[in-house]
Design a protein around this ligand. Structure first.
Ligand code: DX5
Ligand code: ZN
Length: 231
């Protein structure tokens, strides 16, 4: 029996028009986004640099949906604090980026946010073995982190099934609900396979903000395509 959470599309701001970011997050919320996926890169843990807590604080008042902060940074603890204060709802980080995974997960929760671990394509799910009670989200990277617009890595489907099995076993023992999010190269033509493998939360950056019919104001068409594919 699968314990999926309600399906949710989480547009990644990485592909948004940063000159109009407030309008962009409002537009994807209006079109049906369930989360705003906020990619934080430090040009240390990943070879790219994006935005910090100030920008999270700036968009916070413009959307009601959760802000799902994906930390591609190392170390993580000081930025966990800063993003919690800036209005993040979920804060996820890579196990390789923290010297004390359990403590960093606890810090996210102590600050009132939902916590999660992010798994690169080659990172084992074994990091979950002793912290399943401390995660509210498991995020599987279906691309190598650092950039939008990359191709979906097919081995993620098997990994998604394995993560789903871990979540279902955890819940069968009375554990808390856990969202299973997949991030990278998600399109209307592959999202159904990712859902069938057990995911319930889908990050989409270039598919949303780069959609040919997206006129930068309405994203209804791309969300309709995703909804149809998930029906
Ligand atoms: C990559 C980021 C992803 C990326 C997704 O490091 O974590 O969230 O922005 O972008 P697309 O959907 O274009 O692959
Ligand atoms: Zn991401």
């Amino acid at each position: 029996m699968s314990n999926k959470q309600p399906y949710c599309i989480a547009p990644s701001i990485l592909s948004a028009d940063f000159a109009r970011l407030g309008e962009e997050v409002k537009a994807v919320e209006a079109a049906g986004a369930g989360f705003i996926h906020f990619d934080v890169m430090d040009n240390h843990y990943v070879p790219n640099l994006t935005v910090g807590p100030l920008v999270c604080k700036a968009i916070r008042p413009h959307v009601k949906i959760p802000i799902d902060v994906h930390l591609m940074v190392s170390p993580v603890d000081s930025l966990i604090n800063d993003f919690a204060k800036a209005g993040a709802d979920y804060i996820t980080f890579h196990p390789e980026a923290s010297s004390h995974i359990d403590r960093s997960l606890q810090l996210v929760r102590d600050l009132g946010c939902k916590s999660g671990l992010v798994f690169n394509p080659s990172t084992s799910l074994d990091h979950l073995d002793w912290v399943m009670d401390k995660v509210d989200m498991i995020l599987l990277m279906s691309v190598n982190p650092g950039f939008g617009g990359q191709a979906f890595i097919p081995s993620t489907l098997e990994k998604t099934k394995a993560a789903r099995a871990r979540i279902d076993a955890h819940i069968a023992k009375g554990g808390q609900p856990i969202r299973l999010e997949v991030d990278g190269g998600i399109k209307p033509d592959n999202i159904a396979a990712v859902a069938a493998a057990g995911a319930d939360t889908f990050v989409a950056g270039s598919a949303v903000f780069g959609a040919p019919d997206a006129n930068g104001k309405s994203y209804n068409d791309i969300f309709a395509k995703f909804s149809k594919a998930l029906a």
